[in-house]
Design a protein around this ligand. Structure first.
Ligand code: G3P
Ligand code: CA
Length: 268
């Protein structure tokens, strides 16, 4: 394009299906990422934690209570923390009925099962290491599994971002595998941005805290791979907020309703 045409180009944010297309299928299940793929979205987000016997599983809360029937199956085991159950016990739970009878029998996926379905669906993954303070060594374990599944091969690195609310966890991921693209969840101030830009490629804040100035400030930093930091905002579920957020110049919008955001932005 000519210089003038380039100047008129508008940044269209990447749309990321939060916990899968979680407004339409139970969050963090294989059904939720199948739904995202069916709607035509390539990027999905998830949350990774660890069972009592050391298996990585995909679940948001540190308890199984909200999104499974664990209270019925294991009534005496309150508060039903993920880390107090084995993978075999979790595999017995129904992670779909709470959302809709149409999804009865959906399971809490292991990360291995999840990665294979992402691959099968030709999707890309924004993987969140959740509550890393509860799971010492989870960064190394997650990277090992990703490597075993081929996700750390050079040709796949553009399909993966590993993020966390814990700056320590993000730094650990970067130090263990410097080629992996990383994201820090939160709103770092300028002093923190100076430090975090050594190990994070993205800064991913809640949309409610954003301004055009803040997005520009983030973009002014250079990340560990020599490119400007990028910013994905979460969790935007309506058209007006999507347009406002896109207007701040964000690089991505994380949403439970990717179809709504795409329609609002005319993005792909
Ligand atoms: O990916 C951003 C978003 O998932 C962070 O918040 O609580 O939904 O994991 P949360
Ligand atoms: Ca998350």
């Amino acid at each position: 394009p000519t210089f003038d045409a380039r100047a008129r180009e508008v940044r269209v944010p990447t749309v990321i299906a939060h916990r899968g297309a979680s407004a339409y299928a139970p969050e963090n299940t294989l059904a939720a990422i199948d739904k995202a793929a069916e709607l035509g979205f390539s990027w999905v987000e998830n949350d990774v934690q660890r069972t009592k016997d050391g298996e990585l599983v995909v679940l948001h809360d540190d308890s199984l209570q909200r999104t499974t029937n664990v209270e019925e199956v294991f009534p005496g085991r309150a508060p039903w923390k993920v880390r107090d159950f084995t993978a075999a016990e979790i595999a017995r739970l129904d992670a779909g009925s709470w959302f809709s009878p149409a999804y009865a029998g959906a399971r809490v996926p292991t990360l291995e099962q999840y990665m294979r379905r992402v691959e099968h669906n030709h999707e890309k993954l924004l993987l969140e290491i959740k509550n890393p303070e509860l799971y010492p060594g989870i960064e190394q374990q997650t990277l090992k599994l990703l490597g075993n599944e081929g996700w750390l091969d050079r040709r796949h690195l553009g399909r993966l971002i590993v993020q966390s609310f814990s700056a320590d966890s993000v730094r650990t991921v970067h130090e263990l595998k410097p080629a992996v693209i990383t994201g820090y969840l939160g709103n770092p101030n300028l002093a923190q941005l100076h430090r975090f830009a050594r190990f994070t490629d993205l800064v991913n804040p809640s949309y409610g805290s954003l301004s055009r100035g803040y997005v520009a400030a983030v973009h002014a930093f250079t990340g560990p791979h020599g490119r400007p930091l990028r910013l994905f905002a979460w969790t935007v579920n309506d058209a007006d907020t999507a347009r406002t957020t896109a207007g701040y110049g964000v690089d991505g919008i994380i949403t439970n309703k990717p179809d709504v955001v795409r329609a609002a932005l005319g993005s792909h």
